[in-house]
Ligand binder design. Sequence first.
Ligand code: ACO
Length: 331
Amino acid sequence: MKNPTPIVEIAATGRFLPDNVVTNDDLAKTMDTSDEWIRTRTGISERRIAPDGLTAAEMGASAARQAMERAGVQPGEVDIVILSTATPDRWLPSTACDTQALLGCDNAVAFDIMAACSGFLYGLSMAEGYLAAGRGEIALVISAEKMSTIIDWDDRTTAVLFGDGAGAAVVRRSNGSGRGILSTHLRSDGRLANLLYRPGGGTIDPLSQGVLDEGRHLMKMQGREIFKNAVRNMAEACDLALQKAGLTSDDIDLLVPHQANIRIIEATAKYAGIPMEKVYVNVDRYGNMSSASVPIAFDEALEQGRIGPGSKVLTAAFGAGLTWGAMTLRM
Ligand code: ACO
């Protein structure tokens, strides 16, 4: 199959990580866990935790400013701001609108999407559709996550896994150079919503003293089931995205997977037929930052030269919903 002609490309990326590093040993001081357990089961050594008062919108805006500066894009040139978050700063308005205001993207339409860890891939795909429809020239896709605010810090089975951060990409119409998104495969399965969710605090179980006392507003997860679904669905999504682009795993220069757990990353890479030397990993330093993990990994890989002009990149993600997907790009 012939490689498709990309419609949009990533012009530049950016990231923001809070300064505050929390190590596994730090966590072991306040909960019944150990550095050894966390490292061997997850590959995580430390994560960043944002201070009180630093909002998801501010983190997202910092990442977006860096991406816009690198792309040479002015705030007024942005046509659409798509912000993915599982941790909105407040229920109304969207965190995207707050971020738009911080950035001064006064000519843009701005809205949130909630697709958990797959949010950056969903956002890129939404941006591609909007620009392909001729509704604009430049999109900002931002993922900003303050996971520390929805973690149950008394639950060692989830508290050790997550961290805070934000990543962003400037997306623009491809100029015919062959750079850009080659293929996308996205899916969801709402029947499995209760594997990873926040049961209370929404309209089903509105915020009350009972919700707060029992921690029903915090994240609950069935780790083993999530693990199995993550590997199966990301591996299949990688295969389908490669097929749609007319590529094989041998053509891929770098796999940028969602950073939830090193064992999930290794299993996905194995199924996809990609050796670990060609896989970008930063879960050891940041833990799982939900939808911010992929753009932050992407940005670091670009900065380190692991992705360069002409590189073919496969990216894959998986999260609550369930949601998952994969995408191939030529840079
Ligand atoms: N420290 C020490 N012991 C622990 C900890 C901890 N932090 N957490 C759990 N344990 C214990 C358990 O209590 C259990 O003890 P028991 O045998 O006495 O009952 C034992 O360790 C084994 O627990 P398991 O849950 O079987 O451990 P497992 O090997 O499955 O690893 C993990 C758990 C790391 C959560 C794994 O299942 C996983 O990574 N799942 C995927 C999670 C994930 O990626 N979630 C994010 C999805 S993306 C998104 O949308 C946010």
